[in-house]
Design a protein around this ligand. Structure first.
Ligand code: KMH
Ligand code: ZN
Length: 308
C-alpha cells in the first residue's frame, strides 16, 4: 500500500499545439520535459513522438530516436513507449518505433473503441497548423482499432519476442475481462500493471463510482496479481488520481492527459504536474519509488537490454 509509482505521459497524441504553447513537440522539448518529470519523481515516462515541424503525432522511429537515447543517457527513468500511437495510425505504424527501440515497457490498449476529440475543436479560435482542425473534427467518425488480433500481435511482437512488459490501458470494465482472457491464454504473466483510464469520450466516465467499480472487478479478476494506476483526462486528472493514491493505487499525470496545473492555468512543464501530485501523495502517506524500485515491482528486463 505504501509505495507508489508516478508515471508521467509527456506529450501524447490527443492535444494539439493550438491548445497550449507549452505542449512539447520537438526532440529538445520532449527531452527537457521528460528529464524534468523524472527529476521531480516520475519513475516511468510514457512517450509518444511528434513531427517537430508541425507538432503532429508521429509514428516515425527517427522522431522517437531523436529523444529516446538522450533521455536514457541523462536519466534512469523507465522508458515506456506507446503502442497506441494515435487512432489515425495503422498498427504497423504504431509498432515501428517500439520494435526499433525494444523498450522495457509499452502501453497496450485493451479494446476497440471510439476516441472522440471533436468537442475540443469548438474551444479553439486560432489554429497554429492546418492539420489540427480536421484531426480533431474527424474524430467523430474514427475507430481506435485494438482487436484481439491486434492485441495478440502487440503481446507477441513486443512482449514474447522483445521482453517488454505492459501498461495495460483499460478504458472500460470490459477491457479488464479482455486482459483476463489473455492471461488465461498464457500470453501475459503477472504482476499486471493496469492503467484505469477515465474521461475519454468513448470510454468510461470520470466518476468516483467508476473507479470503485473498476477496482472491484479487477480485484475479482486478478486478486493479488495486479497493481492499478489511474489517469484521467483534463480537469478530472487531479481528483481521480488523488483518489487512486488514497485507495492504494498508482498515479499517472502529464501533458498527454491534461494541459492544466490548476483551474484556468496551463501547466508550463510536465514536471509541475509531477511536483503537485508528489506533494499530494506524500501528504497521503505514500512513498514515491524511484526507477530501480519500479523495475523490481514491475518485473522489467532492465535498461541495458533495450535498443535505445
Ligand atoms: N492518452 C491516453 C488516454 C497509448 O499511448 O497507448 C491513452 C494512451 C494510449 O496513453
Ligand atoms: Zn499515450
Amino acid at each position: 500500500m505504501s509505495k507508489i509509482l508516478i508515471t508521467c505521459a509527456i506529450t501524447g497524441s490527443i492535444h494539439t499545439p493550438s491548445m497550449s504553447p507549452y505542449l512539447p513537440v520537438t526532440a529538445d522539448e520532449i527531452t527537457e520535459h521528460a528529464l524534468g518529470a523524472a527529476e521531480a519523481g516520475a519513475a516511468i515516462l510514457h512517450l509518444h513522438a511528434r513531427d517537430p515541424a508541425t507538432g503532429q503525432p508521429s509514428a516515425a522511429p527517427e522522431h522517437f530516436m531523436a529523444f529516446l537515447p538522450r533521455i536514457k543517457q541523462a536519466s534512469d527513468a523507465v522508458l515506456n513507449i506507446s503502442t497506441g500511437g494515435s487512432a489515425v495510425m495503422t498498427l504497423d505504424d504504431r509498432l515501428a518505433a517500439p520494435k526499433r527501440a525494444e523498450p522495457e515497457m509499452c502501453s497496450l490498449n485493451m479494446g476497440t473503441m471510439n476516441f472522440a476529440l471533436y468537442p475540443a475543436a469548438e474551444r479553439i479560435t486560432e489554429w497554429k497548423h492546418d492539420w489540427e482542425k480536421p484531426f480533431l473534427e474527424n474524430s467523430d467518425d474514427l475507430v481506435f482499432k485494438n482487436t484481439p488480433r491486434d492485441m495478440t500481435r502487440i503481446l507477441t511482437e513486443m512482449g514474447v519476442e522483445r521482453g517488454a512488459r505492459f501498461e495495460f490501458e483499460c478504458y472500460d470494465v470490459s477491457h479488464l475481462y479482455m486482459l483476463r482472457h489473455f492471461a488465461d491464454r498464457g500470453l501475459v504473466k503477472p504482476p499486471f500493471f493496469i492503467q484505469f483510464v477515465f474521461g475519454v469520450l468513448g470510454g468510461i466516465g470520470p466518476d468516483p463510482e467508476n473507479l470503485m467499480h473498476m477496482k472491484l472487478i479487477a480485484d475479482k479478476l486478478f486478486g493479488d496479481n495486479y497493481m492499478f494506476s489511474v489517469l484521467a483526462a483534463g480537469r478530472h486528472q487531479t481528483p481521480l488520481v488523488t483518489m487512486s493514491a488514497a485507495m492504494g493505487g498508482h498515479v499517472r499525470v502529464g501533458l498527454e492527459d491534461s494541459l492544466m496545473i490548476a483551474r484556468g492555468q496551463l501547466a508550463k512543464t510536465n514536471a509541475e504536474q509531477v511536483v503537485k501530485i508528489r506533494r499530494i501523495v506524500e501528504d497521503l502517506g505514500r512513498e514515491v519509488v524511484d526507477a530501480t524500485e519500479a523495475r523490481a515491482m514491475l518485473g522489467l528486463k532492465g535498461a541495458d537490454r533495450t535498443a535505445i
